[in-house]
Structures are given as structure tokens and as C-alpha cells.
Design a protein around this ligand. Structure first.
Ligand SMILES: Nc1ncnc2c1ncn2[C@@H]1O[C@H](COP(=O)(O)OP(=O)(O)O)[C@@H](O)[C@H]1O
Ligand SMILES: [Mg+2]
Length: 258
């Protein structure tokens, strides 16, 4: 059995009277592509906010590679190996594509100003290495040619891909993707699906994917967890989920309008 990368135990958070996530237990293994689906408002993004300590859990615990994440900052958790993208794209739109990736790499490639001045060649070496690494990462999505374009000027699909590259630059052991195919056309979605697999294989990392595009989710996830109203209502293989009456009902919206 592969090592456990992420484990949550009875995780929960309340916003006022609303229990946005409750009793959420999940285990993700090394190199696993796990899916998280559910109707709008089910608590999926909130779960990502809990996993990255954007929100402090009201109940329960999280372990990243066997270490409790309680009390860590989002940046510290990133160092510990958890990286994410956002449902609404967050890029430095006025920086270039390359610079956006360098921001992610900066966590890994260290130099201080005194070092830079005293050892200029070393500084330039690191700088050069960082640029080479950034271009290499961009090449996953064939985006090297856009390196000097402003991030904000890219087409929507390319901005989504850039966000993934920037997250990868931080060298995570698990990557959380929040609706990466949102707003993409069918061919971009199909390409993304191949690329998510490629990322897992190339980097040997685990991926936890929130996605509405069922073809994408069913096509690449090995295990799927279904949430509704903050709770896990089903989990299983794509085949098990596809045919689960509880899931079908949640989606057809007897209780849920959206
Ligand atoms: N910061 C917050 N304050 C109050 N309610 C919130 C907050 N964040 C999310 N919620 C509520 O939690 C529920 C789950 O939202 P969300 O996690 O965004 O759902 P999903 O990503 O599954 O569509 C919603 O009812 C939402 O309004
Ligand atoms: Mg969401």
C-alpha cells in the first residue's frame, strides 16, 4: 500500500449556524488522483480552505505526510508540501508568465541580498537555474513561448494552466485543484485531463481534484468522494459513484436547487 500523503479525521467548520463541512474524513495516498464532487454549496472549496489553513477547523484534524498541520500558516503548509489553485483564478496579472512561476520557485531557490552582492556569480547562477526550471515547468503545458507575456493578457484557459504551473513550482507532495476545467472548452478540458495524469506521473505527487466536468472526474480519478450539504454522502470508484442512487438524487436536485 502506498504511503498516506493527506489524512483528515472528522474535519468540520461552522459559519454561524451553518455547518459548511462536517465529519469529513479522507485519506489520499501517494500518487493518487482523488476526486471531490458535489452540488454547488456542498462545501468543497471550504474543504480546500480548511486543508490549507485559510480557515481554522472547528472540529477534527489534518495530517500532511504524517505530520499534524494544526497551528501552521498557509505558507508553512505550502513548505510542508500542499499546494493549490483557486476556483477564481489568482495570478499576479501585471507580472509576466515567467515571473509568476518564479514566485512559486522562490520558496525553493534561496539567496539573500548580502550573498547576492558578495557572490555575484552564485547569484546569477541561481537566477539562471530558477529561470531554466521555470521554463521547464512551463513546457509541461507548452507555455514556454508565452514566458514574457503579461499573465493578465493570456486567454482564460492559459491562465488556468499557469496557476497550476505556479503551484507545481513550490514542489508539493499534494496538489489541490479547485475546478481547473471551469470555463475551458471541450478540447482544452480533454488536454487538461491528459496533463493532470502527466503531472502525477512526472512529479510522482498526489492530486485532489474538485471538478464539475463529470467526464474529467470519471476519466482520471481513482477514488471519488461525494459531498452534499457539507457531508460525505458517498465514496468509491468512478463506476460505483456513477451508479449510486444517493449521488444521482443529490445531483438531480430533489433537495438541492443548483
Ligand atoms: N467565509 C464564509 N462565511 C460564511 N459562509 C461561508 C463561507 N465560506 C463558505 N461559506 C458557505 O459554506 C457553504 C459551502 O460553500 P463552498 O465550500 O464554497 O461550496 P462549493 O465549493 O462546494 O460550491 C456555502 O453555503 C457557503 O455559502
Ligand atoms: Mg467551490
Amino acid at each position: 500500500m502506498a504511503n498516506v500523503v493527506l489524512k483528515t479525521d472528522k474535519l468540520g467548520i461552522d459559519f454561524g449556524g451553518l455547518s459548511a463541512v462536517s465529519d469529513f474524513s479522507l485519506t489520499v495516498h501517494e500518487k493518487e488522483i482523488a476526486g471531490l464532487i458535489g452540488p454547488n454549496g456542498a462545501g468543497k472549496t471550504t474543504l480546500f480552505n480548511l486543508l490549507t489553513n485559510v480557515y481554522t477547523p472547528t472540529r477534527g484534524s489534518i495530517e500532511l505526510a504524517g505530520k499534524p498541520t494544526h497551528g501552521k500558516s498557509t505558507a508553512q503548509l505550502n513548505h510542508m508540501g500542499i499546494a493549490r489553485t483557486f476556483q477564481n483564478i489568482r495570478l499576479f496579472k501585471d507580472l509576466t508568465v515567467l515571473e509568476n512561476v518564479l514566485v512559486g520557485l522562490d520558496r525553493k531557490i534561496r539567496y539573500s541580498l548580502p550573498t547576492a552582492i558578495a557572490h555575484l556569480p552564485a547569484f546569477f547562477r541561481q537566477e539562471k537555474l530558477a529561470r531554466e526550471r521555470a521554463l521547464e515547468l512551463l513546457s509541461i503545458f507548452h507555455m514556454e513561448g508565452m514566458a514574457n507575456d503579461k499573465a493578465g493578457s493570456l486567454p482564460y484557459g492559459a491562465q488556468r494552466r499557469l496557476e497550476i504551473v505556479r503551484a507545481l513550482a513550490t514542489d508539493p507532495c499534494i496538489l489541490l485543484l479547485d475546478e481547473p476545467a471551469a470555463g475551458m472548452n471541450p478540447s482544452e478540458t480533454a488536454e487538461l485531463m491528459e496533463n493532470i495524469r502527466k503531472i502525477r506521473d512526472t512529479f510522482g505527487i498526489a492530486i485532489l481534484l474538485i471538478e464539475h466536468d463529470m467526464k474529467l472526474v470519471m476519466g482520471i480519478c481513482e477514488n471519488i468522494t461525494v459531498m452534499s450539504f457539507g457531508k460525505v454522502i458517498a465514496r468509491g470508484t468512478p463506476e460505483e459513484i456513477r451508479t449510486n442512487p444517493v449521488v444521482i438524487e443529490a445531483y438531480l436536485g430533489k433537495k438541492e436547487g443548483k
